[in-house]
Design a protein around this ligand. Structure first.
Ligand SMILES: Cc1cc2nc3c(=O)[nH]c(=O)nc-3n(C[C@H](O)[C@H](O)[C@H](O)COP(=O)(O)O)c2cc1C
Length: 164
C-alpha cells in the first residue's frame, strides 16, 4: 500500500469512531415522494433550530431536496435496521420505496414514517459543497415526537450488504 492510500485508510479508520444516528430522509417534488436512509445528520443551530445532512451527489433524493427546498427526517428506533436497509438498498429513481410503508406528510409536504420516534420538518436554508457530498442545512419548521424508545445508532456491520 502506498503512503497516500495508507494515510487515507488511517483517516477513514479514525473517522469511523464518530457516532451517528440513523434517519429516513423524505422529500417530495410535486406529486413525487421519495425517501432514503441517512446517517450523516447533525443538529446545527438552536435559534432558529437547524439540522444539517450530507447527501452524496449521485443520490436521487439530492435534486428533489434542492428543487423542492424541503425535506423531513424520521428518527428510527433501535429495532428498525430493516427499515434503514429498505430505504438504502434501492434508489427512488427506479422504485417507489414508500409504497406499502405507512407514512404521513409534514406541514411542509415531505413524507415521514408513521412508525418512527419523531419527525423533523425542514426548509432548506443553505447548502455547502463538501467533496462528493452536498451538506444541506435545513431550518426545522415543525417537529413531533411519535413514540418513546431508543434511537438506532449506526453500526456498519449491520449494513454490509447495502453498503457494498
Ligand atoms: C445506514 C445507512 C446510512 C446512510 N447514510 C447516508 C447519508 O448520510 N448520505 C447519503 O448520501 N447516503 C447515505 N446512505 C446511502 C443511501 O441511503 C442510498 O444510497 C439510497 O439508495 C439513496 O436513495 P435515493 O437514490 O432514492 O436518494 C446510507 C445508507 C445506509 C445503509
Amino acid at each position: 500500500m502506498d503512503r497516500e492510500a495508507h494515510d487515507r485508510t488511517s483517516i477513514l479508520g479514525a473517522m469511523s469512531h464518530l457516532t451517528h444516528g440513523v434517519y429516513v430522509l423524505g422529500t417530495r417534488r410535486g406529486r413525487q415522494s421519495n425517501a432514503m436512509t441517512a446517517s450523516w445528520v447533525m443538529q446545527a443551530s438552536e435559534r432558529p433550530p437547524c439540522v444539517a445532512v450530507a447527501v452524496r451527489d449521485d443520490r436521487y433524493s439530492r435534486d428533489l431536496i434542492l428543487e423542492s427546498a424541503t425535506f423531513a427526517l424520521s428518527a428510527l428506533r433501535d429495532d428498525q435496521v430493516d427499515v434503514a436497509t429498505h430505504f438504502s438498498e434501492t434508489s427512488g429513481e427506479y422504485h417507489d420505496k414508500l409504497q406499502g410503508v405507512p407514512y404521513g406528510l409534514t406541514p411542509g409536504g415531505s413524507p415521514f414514517l408513521l412508525d418512527s420516534l419523531a419527525y423533523l420538518d425542514c426548509r432548506v436554508m443553505d447548502t455547502v459543497r463538501a467533496g462528493d457530498h452536498t451538506v444541506i442545512v435545513g431550518e426545522v419548521t415543525a417537529g413531533e415526537t411519535l413514540a418513546e424508545g431508543y434511537p438506532l445508532i449506526y453500526d456498519p456491520t449491520e449494513y454490509e450488504e447495502a453498503l457494498r
